[in-house]
Design a binder for this molecule. Structure first.
Ligand SMILES: Nc1nc2c([nH]c(=O)n2[C@H]2C[C@H](O)[C@@H](COP(=O)(O)OP(=O)(O)OP(=O)(O)O)O2)c(=O)[nH]1
Ligand SMILES: [Mg+2]
Length: 356
């Protein structure tokens, strides 16, 4: 049975944020890493470090951080300065500032996130910016459903970062802290892909006149959310398999599998939108006569209300080819449940299982 293809787990990319790059650790980071982390203010918040923290342990840790990605066990991002900018002028390049780590649990559907920033870099929003970027990557690329974090109760800055990223407290426990030489109380936080996405959606602000061609104000005064009209297509091949596309990193809801399609533009019919979107996203040609209206969905999301027309299509010209960084996959209707999909798509699964 088909399972969603997953990210090649052995690869750890370099991620970029506005101000920083998040790179794999290298042997030459050892000295800087030791300098930053052998500091009680940092060590006291992290469970698996002794204090003082010997240089030799740093070297072993870097070896682990460079081999774990190859085994799909964890990803350790070094927070580094970006190329020179006015903000960081006269400072050496690639200066290490901290770390964000993702470690996968055995069944790979859950991972743990941990992070720290060297004391001299506190109060600049560095952890906040970098943690959000790593979570975005993890939910877009890894086959995980939830992310977990354990935080000591007085680490208020860290708790704020988690809450801003859609984490909720799910309990309390104790963890062995090497630096204290004993078990220590920690709060357990968890985020799902959905709770993270909701946290990324900005509160509603009225659309500018230029965006009114894509987003229309809802006519329900009591629900002044922008109404987003989308047209999507369910391509079905001769084996009764359906084409799914995984939303690429950087788009809202990245990592979820959807039916290809997109937003309706001004003066477009749903069919016109779909023909345009299938050309842009998959480089295939459809004609209006090949599109059979299937159903529509009406779904409230945190920042907008989605109305999506869905068409079935069994004939097209060309071979679907991902043109916008998405991953595509053919699957049977009975396999759709294995793919994490947007909330709006979930009611479509039983309909398609009945039909195909
Ligand atoms: N295409 C598609 N969009 C879906 C599905 N389910 C669902 O909730 N959506 C939501 C996600 C997005 O908020 C919106 C579609 O927007 P989109 O990102 O595909 O729009 P687009 O192709 O025009 O992309 P862009 O030019 O705005 O980057 O509808 C689905 O099955 N297919
Ligand atoms: Mg699209």
């Amino acid at each position: 049975m088909n399972q969603p293809p997953s990210f090649p787990l052995f690869l750890q990319p370099t991620l970029k944020t506005n101000r920083f790059q998040l790179m794999p650790f290298r042997e030459e980071d050892s000295k800087n890493l030791h300098h930053l982390i052998n500091d009680w203010s940092v060590v006291r918040t992290l469970s698996d470090l002794p204090f003082p923290y010997p240089q030799t342990m740093v070297e072993d840790w870097i070896k682990m951080a460079t081999t774990h990605p190859q085994k799909g066990l964890g990803y350790y991002f070094a927070i580094m300065n970006k190329a020179p900018s006015s903000l960081l002028e006269n400072k050496p390049l690639n200066r290490l500032m901290g770390c964000v780590a993702i470690t996968l649990e055995k069944n790979k559907t859950q991972a743990k996130i941990g992070y720290w920033v060297g004391k001299k870099f506190w109060n600049q929003g560095i952890a906040s910016e970098c943690v959000t970027r790593v979570i975005e990557w993890a939910f877009a690329q890894l086959p995980i459903k939830t992310l977990k974090a354990l935080v000591i109760e007085d680490n208020i800055a860290s708790i704020r970062i988690l809450q801003k990223n859609g984490f909720q407290q799910t309990g309390k426990t104790t963890e062995k802290f090497m630096a204290y030489g004993k078990d220590y109380p920690v709060i357990v936080f968890e985020a799902t892909r959905e709770s993270f996405f909701i946290s990324r959606q900005t509160p509603f602000t009225p659309p500018s006149p230029n965006s009114l061609d894509k987003i229309h104000m809802s006519s329900f005064a009591s629900h002044p959310k922008p109404l987003l009209t989308v047209s999507a297509g369910i391509l079905v091949d001769i084996h009764n398999k359906i084409l799914l596309a995984k939303r690429p990193e950087g788009k809202p809801m990245a990592g979820l599998w959807e039916f290809p399609g997109g937003k309706m533009e001004k003066n477009e019919t749903p069919e016109m939108t779909l023909i345009r979107e299938f050309k842009e996203e998959l480089d295939i040609d459809l004609s209006t006569t090949c599109l059979a209206p299937f159903t529509f969905v009406s779904q409230a999301y945190a920042g907008f209300h989605l109305v999506m027309s869905l068409f079935l299509c069994r004939h097209w010209k060309g071979t679907p080819t991902p043109k916008e960084g998405q991953t595509i996959q053919w699957c049977l209707a009975s396999e759709l449940k294995n793919y994490p999909m947007p909330e709006a798509d979930k009611p479509l699964i039983p309909l398609l299982c009945d039909l195909l």
